[in-house]
Design a binder for this molecule. Sequence first.
Ligand code: PMV
Length: 321
Amino acid sequence: MRACAMAHPNVALIKYWGKREAAANLPAVGSLSVTLGALRTETTVVFDEMLSHDVLILNGVEQPSEHPRLTACLDALRALSGCQFNAQVVSENDFPTGAGLASSASGYAALVTAAAAALGIDADEPRLFDIARIGSGSAPRSLYGGVALLRNEGDGTQIEQLITPEDWALSVVVAVTTEVAKDTTSRDGMEQSRLTSPYYGQWIATHEADLERAVDCVRNRDFDTLAELAEHSCLKMHSVMMTTRPPLLYWSPTTLAAMLKILTMRNDGVPVFFTIDAGPQVKAVCPTGVAGEVESELAGVPGVLRTITGELGYGARIVAG
Ligand code: PMV
């Protein structure tokens, strides 16, 4: 009853921020993401009748015994399989954890993939997406590679892979501006935004049109229009964050410097755009052919600690471990 899985984080080009229903962790809006092949989470799950509770060892450190989201995911999987045993989960990220690099997305995608395999649940079981979503709203997107589309449908969500990594040679350059974890979780921040930002209603009302246009851009490989839409979605989300009370200011001076560098490059004819999540890291998306140039420009921005560059990755999968 043991399996090991690998998953990559993903970054949304059309963002989600806010919940439609907190208990089931249903997003208020759909989202469109690319999978970051250069970053990896590897997770081993062992179900063992000798364990008195679920144990999580994250990056070599045993976590406090209460971790409700992890246990909620494992409970849902145990219910599907009929297994009653507790689990030991050993998870390693090869990138900063909890710092706006979507470690929860790859973490829960790897967890669900490994735990399902350890319990003998079919990898094609559609409920695995809903179970990954219990852990993190963006985790179902990491079950897929390439470009993933998550939509609200009825009282649930639907997810599809729009294109594979082979279909469009895109790369993502991450400008790492801090290795330190953030202090407000996305889940708490979203709820504060819903309750207090005067722009939250507008964010929700204008979101669907951005998503539909971006889906068309991906299908037609229209990089320039996608660049404008993705930056707009990112800046709208951050406008909601900034106007939350108390404010959610995720950017550092280095974040802004990297954004300005990317805008300057695009004005100079280099196809590249930025996106930023709930943290100060900047992700630049570009055709793979210009990734080297984008990387060296971003590495030269004062305050950028290092860059991580990679092509689009594949979905979560079982590995030897
Ligand atoms: O996956 P969550 O529920 O922690 O939320 C992530 C939200 C953003 O990364 C800020 C945006 C997104 O769509 O990924």
